[in-house]
Design a protein around this ligand. Structure first.
Ligand SMILES: [Zn+2]
Ligand SMILES: [Zn+2]
Ligand SMILES: [Zn+2]
Length: 391
């Protein structure tokens, strides 16, 4: 860790740029351990399947951050409060309930927005002691299926158990809709099963399945018009009744959410019957941020949950934040009756390492890649048309 424990932080739009001071470890040396929390509150306020915060001294400025729950409407609430950027939706701080006792270190910073340590001259990613390390998974039980924990193997922990009894087969509710909602439930919608119209969108491959940096352009563009977002119900059932889902470690997702690992489901617009232009009106609960020209990220203006990613180049297909899915009571937080998880790669995993090797002891994307190679988690081969058309 840098001498002072000072680190610079920033959200995607830059509005919350400032310096915070990490609280040192008990011994005063070594990386600071942080938990990966999989609880309901963290999933539905972030839109992700898990989040991580690191303890800090009280921040100098809360600037224009939005507070959830709002102090003015719930002044006596004892639960923790989260603070997010009202412009880009990035989660920044969390203040726990015991905040009246300053000795208990109750302020925390979302780990994904830590940009760099202050006061170190030249950082050597390989040799320098890193700032943080993931120490444990917490609140896995509320996911029912383990959530994202099987993807992230922690060195000092036995592998998280998952419910191997999950039946991915079609059941009597297979045609029902799947509810998605943010924590405050201001943003709430339903996803429908694929139908004939789900084949209408055209789209190049996502970086998740075809890495942009290393693949030829004529492959990325998907010249044979494969409907890669439609996936079989199971290995035994080839009906295309599910959608593709995967993880993303790109810089924009990290700084828009506040956390290292975003989880997206690729869903045709017709299966998410929402009127985007209307929803983006003033006073709408869904606020949009144009993260680059023609690329939009929507989040809940009240609780800060990431909701959608979409762009003008692929208008008929949207990315839906998996943490919003209300599947934890049925098959589990990964919603595998609806989603087929791509386990071959973390989208933009190369970006996760860039300049952040000194932040983490073992970077999340490396953890995930290691876990994926272990194949402890159930990995479907690439079934359906994607595989057959490449063979
Ligand atoms: Zn921002
Ligand atoms: Zn939590
Ligand atoms: Zn909300």
């Amino acid at each position: 860790m840098s001498q002072s424990g000072e680190v610079s932080i920033s959200c995607l739009c830059g509005a919350v740029k400032q310096t915070v001071v990490l609280r040192s470890t008990e011994s005063g040396s070594g990386p600071l351990g942080v938990d990966l929390c999989h609880c309901y509150d963290c999933r539905h306020t972030s839109g992700l399947l898990c989040v991580s915060y690191a303890p800090i001294q009280e921040p100098l400025s809360l600037g224009s951050l939005v507070t959830y729950p709002d102090k003015s409407t719930q002044p006596s609430i004892t639960a923790s409060r989260r603070y997010f950027c009202g412009t880009c939706g990035c989660h920044v701080f969390r203040r726990s309930a015991d905040s009246d006792d300053p000795t208990r270190g109750s302020w925390e910073v979302a780990t994904g927005i830590i940009i760099e340590p202050i006061g170190t001259d030249k950082v050597d990613d390989e040799k320098d002691e890193p700032l943080l390390r993931y120490s444990r998974h917490v609140n896995i039980d509320s996911t029912k299926d383990g959530g994202l924990s099987p993807f992230i193997k922690l060195a000092e922990e036995t592998f998280p158990s998952t419910n191997s009894q999950i039946d991915h087969g079609e059941d009597k509710d297979s045609n029902a809709t799947l509810e998605a909602h943010c924590h405050c439930k201001t943003v709430r919608f339903f996803i429908t099963r694929p139908d004939a119209s789900s084949r209408l969108p055209r789209s190049g491959f996502p970086d998740l399945t075809v890495p942009f940096a290393t693949s030829p352009q004529d492959v990325i563009t998907n010249p044979h018009d494969e409907k890669w977002w439609l996936r079989p119900q199971s290995q035994d059932n080839p009906n295309l009744t599910r959608y593709l889902a995967g993880t993303c470690a790109c810089r924009s997702c990290r700084l828009a959410s506040g956390f290292e690992i975003q989880t997206w489901a690729f869903v045709p617009r017709n299966a998410v019957p929402l009127d985007f232009p209307t929803l983006q009106q003033t006073y709408s609960p869904l606020r949009g941020y144009e993260s680059s020209p023609g690329v939009f990220r929507e989040f809940c203006a009240r609780c800060g949950a990431s909701v959608f990613w979409h762009d003008v180049f692929r208008p008929d297909l949207v990315d839906v934040s998996v943490g919003l899915l209300a599947a934890e009571k049925e098959d589990g937080a990964r919603a595998e009756r609806w989603l087929d998880w791509w386990c071959g790669r973390v989208s933009f995993q190369e970006e996760a390492a860039n300049g952040r090797g000194h932040i983490y002891h073992l970077h999340p994307y490396r953890l995930m890649c290691v876990s994926l190679r272990c194949r402890v988690f159930k990995i479907d081969s690439t079934p359906g048309e994607l595989q057959s058309s490449r063979a």
